[in-house]
Design a protein around this ligand. Sequence first.
Ligand code: GLA
Length: 403
Amino acid sequence: MKKILFVILLFSTVFASAQKFQNLALTPPMGWNSWNKFQCNVSEKLIKETADALVSTGMRDAGYQYIVIDDCWQVGRDSMGFIIPDPERFPSGIKALADYVHSKGLKFGIYSCAGTKTCAGRPGGRGHEFQDAYMYAKWGVDYLKYDWCSSDGQNQKESYKLMSRMLKEAGRPIVFSICEWGGSKPWEWAGEVGHLWRTTGDITDCFDCENKHPGYSNWGVMKILDMQKDMRQYAGPGHWNDPDMLEVGNGGMKENEDRAHFSMWCMIAAPLIAGNELKNMSAQTHAILTNADAIAINQDVLGIQGLKYKSEDGLETWLKPLSGGDWAICFLNRSAVSKMIEFDWMKNVVSDTVSNRKLDAAGEVFKIKDVWAKKELGNTQKVLKAEVKSHDVLMVRLSLVKK
Ligand code: GLA
């Protein structure tokens, strides 16, 4: 009898701990991460200032919740193997910083790596998984981004499953952000392991460039967008494709390009992790990052990743089914010249096999709202005519008019 009980207990622990934390990231995570703007230049001063700015700019109230310190907060391990935060840059320790972030009504995130070293050469998590998970839980970490440098000979799925299990064992609900750059097609296996997974190499702050380095490239936002093919069926509440953090406000793109970048990240239900300096951001950057209608499209409770419906001569039409029978439509002009659109809703009946939704303006009437101009554009009984400037978008929400 005792033996049977033991076996049952063993099985239930193994099965219970094989699963990630449930009921987290039910909509795409929103927050801020230090890497895109600050790289290794992180400190408790920066994180505190950023927490203050998230509140004072209204970004927290717009939905941005997690503040994530990326690489370079860690400098070594002690004789017992515990991770040591940089004592000069984080003199009060990580726990005190997490407490500060929490006191602002925000959540706190941190970075490590499944390999022996992080991408900036700091100590990685390999061989210390439980010890690290335990420390994160003790410090009050709410979000862990887990990278893939110095991982020779390791298997992605096994490595991330191990850390996911250790986080679960440590007992504090932590959003687990998998960052292996898409190499093992994590969308096919990571739904049970993490809450979001990077689909590509690192983003860079340009509209459509590729920055080549020996052995890898950094990608502009359009290049990254094109790489999101054939994976939308894997996204949904609690498990998201992650096309990398935002470059909005970092200066490499014009205002219209930042707007197009943000719009497309909303359309494809991407995590919205701002990556700019919040302290002195421009009014334009602020308006992009806090547009409530755009964010509502991204955060829609159904969590359906949008689809590319048409592409003609540099003008793309994207659709995203929303709750309540609504839809988001985004006309993206990737070309170098302005484009006129004439969109006849009656002639564009769209069936989406992934969400099982049908957009049929012949059978239903929708009101149209321009998300960026913040104005009503009539309804779907009339052909929509508008100009979309180069490297810009027209993003609208169709709201079902109840009969
Ligand atoms: C990798 C990741 C980036 C960032 C850096 C930090 O390149 O993909 O997002 O975390 O490492 O070194």
